[in-house]
Design a protein around this ligand. Structure first.
Ligand code: TMP
Ligand code: ASP
Length: 251
C-alpha cells in the first residue's frame, strides 16, 4: 500500500489548489491528495505576508504527529502518510466552509471583541464557528446563521462541536505533557466520499495559540504564529521548540 501510494503520487502531480500556507496536488488515486506545506506565512487575512524558514517541514511533522495521536484515540482524520518532511498524503474530502475554534483561555479576537482580559481562564471550553470566507474576512457565525447559510447540517454541527471538545481534551493533555498550555486553536473538517466527517487541514503553531509554561512574561511565553502576527521575533526558534517537545512525547 505504502509503495503503491508513493509511486502513484510520484507519477502525477497536478496542482489542484494553492492556499496561503499549503498547496494541494492530485495523485493517480482520485481518493488521495498530496498536501505540500509552504514556508509562507500570512496574517490578518493576508494583509501581512512573510516567510518562516523551515515552517513547512516543522508544521507538517507536528501535524502528522498530532493526527496520528488523535487517530489512536478514535478521532477520524484525513491523514494517510507523510512521504517527505513537508508533504502529507491525505484522503480527499470536501472541506466544510466553517472554521471551528476552541478556546480554553481568553486571547486574540475573543479579547478584542468582548473585552475579556488576555489570559483569563474560561470556565468551560468555548467552541465557536467562523465562516471560512476570505472576501468576508472569516466572520464569526451564530448557530442559526450557519444553518441558514447551509454551511453544515444540524447533525454535522452537533458532531463538529462534540469532536472539537474531544480533540481539545486530547490536545490539552498532550501539550501539557511537554510543558505547553493550549490556549486556543482552529480546526477544519471535511466529508469523505463515503460521507464520513474527518478532521482535516492541519494542527500546528500556525493554527494554535501555545504558551510555554516555563515563561511568565506574556511575550516570551508565546510559541505560535502570534510571534509573527505581533512581530515578537524568534519565530523559527519557537516553532522548532514546539516540534522538539511534541516529538519527545511517548504515546
Ligand atoms: P482568533 O483569536 O484570532 O480568532 O484566533 C483563534 C485561533 O484560531 C488561534 O489559535 C489562531 C487560529 N486561527 C487560524 O488558525 N486561522 C485564522 O485565520 C485565524 C483568524 C485564527
Ligand atoms: N491565516 C490567516 C490569514 O492569513 C490569519 C491568521 O492566521 O492570523 O489570513
Amino acid at each position: 500500500m505504502t509503495e503503491a501510494i508513493r509511486e502513484n503520487f510520484m507519477s502525477v502531480q497536478q496542482k489542484l489548489y494553492e492556499g496561503k500556507a499549503k498547496i494541494l496536488y492530485t495523485t493517480d488515486d482520485p481518493e488521495i491528495l498530496l498536501t505540500h506545506f509552504k514556508d509562507d506565512a500570512t496574517a490578518f487575512n493576508a494583509q501581512k505576508r512573510g516567510q518562516i524558514t523551515g515552517k513547512g517541514e516543522i508544521n507538517c511533522v507536528i501535524a502528522t504527529q498530532l493526527f496520528q495521536l488523535l487517530e489512536a484515540q478514535g478521532i477520524p482524520t484525513h491523514f494517510l502518510e507523510r512521504p517527505a518532511l513537508n508533504q502529507m498524503l491525505v484522503k480527499k474530502v470536501k472541506i466544510l466552509p466553517v472554521e471551528v475554534v476552541v478556546r480554553n483561555i481568553a486571547a486574540g479576537s475573543l479579547c478584542q471583541q468582548t473585552g475579556l482580559p488576555v489570559g483569563k481562564i474560561l470556565p468551560t471550553p468555548l467552541v465557536e464557528f467562523y465562516f471560512k470566507n476570505d472576501e468576508l474576512g472569516d466572520p464569526l457565525l451564530t448557530r442559526d446563521r450557519l444553518l441558514i447559510l447551509e454551511l453544515a447540517t444540524p447533525e454535522q454541527l452537533n458532531q463538529l462541536k462534540e469532536q472539537a471538545l474531544t480533540i481539545n481534551q486530547i490536545l490539552i493533555a498532550t501539550f501539557n505533557q511537554c510543558g505547553i498550555t493550549l490556549v486556543d486553536f482552529k480546526l477544519e473538517f471535511g466529508v469523505s466520499s463515503n460521507q464520513e466527517l474527518l478532521l482535516a487541514d492541519e494542527i500546528s503553531p500556525d493554527s494554535c495559540r501555545l504558551w510555554n509554561q516555563s515563561e511568565t512574561d506574556p511575550n516570551r511565553r508565546v510559541m505560535d504564529k502570534d510571534r509573527f502576527r505581533r512581530d515578537l521575533g524568534n519565530v523559527e526558534a519557537a516553532y522548532q521548540q514546539v516540534l522538539e517537545r511534541i516529538m519527545s512525547i511517548r504515546w
